[in-house]
Every structure is written in C-alpha cells, then in structure tokens.
Ligand binder design. Structure first.
Ligand SMILES: [Zn+2]
Ligand SMILES: [Zn+2]
Length: 375
C-alpha cells in the first residue's frame, strides 16, 4: 500500500430506505483492500436509475444506500496487488467489468462479462462494504457510490482516462450518454442510410441520436413531450422531432408518417415508461424492425402488445448500450476528447454535494438534461 491506510471521514449522500429522503451524511470510507483503489471524487452526475434507486421500486437496491453511479475521480490510495493504476490517475467507474477472457468477452456477442459481472448485492466482490455511516454498513448502487467525496472501487470496474478531460463530460460518459450511444453503435448496429426513432430525449436518448448519426442513419426521429428537447436533439443529429402532446395520434403512428408510412428500421426506448415499449416496437418496419429497450422504468412487469412482436419484429434489451466496459468506454473517452459529440449540451445544471436535495427540484425544470454534482 502506497498511501495512508487510514479510514477517511467525509461527506456522502445516503438514502436510508426505499422512498426516503436523500440525506447528506458524514460517512466513513475504509482504505482499499487487495485489487481495489480509493478514489477522491472530482464530480458526479445524476442518471435516471439514481432516481429509481431512491424510489426503491425495483428489487436491485439495498439500504442504507450510498447513492450515485456516474462520476469521475482521482486515485487517492492503491490497494495491494494493484499494478495498472497509481495515485493521481483520473478514473471513471463502470458497473460491468471486462476480463477479455470469458465466453462473452471473447465472442463479442455481449458486454456482460461473466468474470466481473454486474453486481446486485450492493457490496464489493468479497461481499463486504468499504463505506459506513454511524456504524451502519452502506450498500453501493451496483458497484460503488459516486455521490460522496471518496469511494472505494474494485480495479476491474474502473477505466483510466486522460487527465485533461473535462470532468463533467467524463462523468456523463460513465453511464447515461454512453448507454444510448452504445445502443445505436454496438447493440443495434444501425446501418448507413437507415431510419431510427428515439423515444425520450434525456441523456440516454441524446446518446442514441448521436450514435445513430455516427453510424450514418439518414432519418433520425426524436420523440419527447418536452418541446425544449427539440433543440437538444438537433444538436446531436436528430432530423425530425415529435411531441406526442401535439397530436391525438399514437407516437408509433406519428413515426410511421415520417418514415414512408412503414416505420423505421430501428427504434430505441429510453424512458422505461411501460406503454412506450409496445409503441417503440410498433414504430418499426413489419418483418425486419428492431426495438432496443434501454430505459429502466419503475415497473418490474409491464403489459406488452404481443401483436407488434408477432409480425417478425425484434425486441432486444440492452445494458450499458452493449459497450464493453474497458475497451469501448476508452473509445468513448477518446471520442469525447476529439469532441465528436457536443456533450456541453447535456450540462445544464450544477449543484454542490452539500446541496444535493436542490438537485431533485432542478430535475423538474424542463430545461434540465444533466446535473453535475461538484464535490
Ligand atoms: Zn469477461
Ligand atoms: Zn445510469
């Protein structure tokens, strides 16, 4: 171990139970064990799944919960056996690993590494936690908690990035934006000249638009009930905008009207709103259309229009947009450095960690896309 091996007492955002308020607490962050590093967070950001984790409507979270899964920081202490990270490295956490040796990592058919999988225990791989508050074990949101001044991360769930990277942008690509971008790039493999519909123009949907543009889609239709998203969508490459509130017709009908009456080649459902899953599939071409489900909603089970699926369409789920946690995320960081997408368009609000509860009011503002949490 290279640095102090002391427990650090610092500030962190904690949710004590499903549906309870978020509280800024004094928390204890242990030194890293073998194959772990302790990271001093520079900033974090809010992703839709954080709200889901606070509401506790899905069974993947454990409480008290150390919140947050998007963020960027600097390695502060290195645990035993760590060779690929050193103090001072700028890093972003990932909630899936990439061993490059398991069946999925080798085949390229899935980004769900079998050696370093997504973790639903809220604990480190050795089934213990490095964070606590007033003697209570804190559970992680998946593999770490980023809305705190320090966190400990297993090095298999960590990507090194260029220290000159804009920290807010580094945080944005750690989940939401990359999930959408990857869904168009890796999961759907959008074809040149094809047509695409994106349901929900938050950071994930704007990522899907950006990914579809990069892949050469010629017709990119964005659907959102907030008119302020039109300008955002256009900044990332959207060619048509639909606000379903302006029409009596269904969103899928409106998409078909903008795609020769037959629907798009591929659609992306980024909201998690139950009925939109059927709409997103129905908006695609009979026989060959493909819908990618990315948005995590509040319902474990949702009713689905089976007829839309029967006629030869494909419905596919996606985690982290099919991006491989290390290799593809490094490419995303590189694209970010080359300004291949206007991430500054996502950066609409900022809050200090100490004022974290103000963020939930900001989220209600129509102009809000991403909130950066500054440490
Ligand atoms: Zn693997
Ligand atoms: Zn996320």
């Amino acid at each position: 171990m290279t640095n102090t091996s002391k427990v650090i007492t610092c500030k962190g955002a904690v949710c004590w139970g499903a549906g309870e308020d978020v509280r800024l607490e004094e928390i204890q962050v242990d030194p890293p064990k073998a194959n772990e590093v302790r990271v001093k967070m520079i900033c974090a950001s809010i992703c839709h799944s954080d709200i889901t984790s606070i509401q506790g409507l899905l069974p993947y979270f454990h409480y008290p919960l150390a919140l947050g899964h998007e963020g960027v920081g600097v390695v502060e202490t290195v645990g035993d056996g760590v060779t690929n990270f050193k103090e001072g490295d700028m890093v972003i956490p990932t909630y899936i690993g990439e061993c490059k040796e398991c069946e999925h990592c080798i085949s390229g058919k899935s980004n769900m590494c079998l050696t370093y999988p997504m973790r639903f225990t809220g604990l480190m791989p050795d089934n213990t936690s490095r964070m606590s508050c007033r003697g209570n074990t804190l559970y992680y949101c998946l593999t770490f908690g980023t809305w705190s001044e320090y966190t400990v991360i297993d090095v298999n769930y960590l990507v090194k990035v260029d220290p000159s990277m804009n920290p807010a942008h580094a945080s944005f690509i750690s989940c939401g934006f990359s999930t959408g971008y990857g869904a168009a790039w890796k999961e759907a493999r959008v074809e040149k000249g094809s047509s695409v519909a994106v349901f929900g123009l938050g950071a994930v949907g704007l990522g899907a638009i950006s990914g579809a543009k990069m892949m050469g889609a010629s017709n990119i239709i964005g659907i959102d009930t907030n008119d302020m998203k039109r300008e955002k969508g256009e900044a990332f490459g959207m060619t048509h905008f639909i606000n379903p509130k302006d029409s009596e017709k269904s969103p899928s009908t409106l998409v078909k009207e903008l795609s020769n009456g037959c629907g798009v080649d591929c659609s992306f459902e980024c909201t998690g709103v139950g009925p939109l899953l059927t709409e997103s599939l129905e908006a695609t071409k009979l026989g060959s259309g493909k819908a990618i489900s990315i948005g995590a909603g509040n319902e474990v089970t949702i009713p689905f229009g089976h007829g839309s699926l029967l006629f030869g369409r494909t419905l596919k789920g996606s985690i982290f947009g099919g991006l491989k946690a290390i290799s593809d995320l490094s490419i995303m960081a590189d694209k970010c450095q080359k300004q291949e997408f206007p991430l500054e368009e996502l950066h609409t609000h900022e809050v200090q960690l100490g004022d974290i509860n103000e963020a939930f009011e900001m989220l209600k503002q129509p102009s809000c896309v991403k909130i950066v949490i500054k440490m």
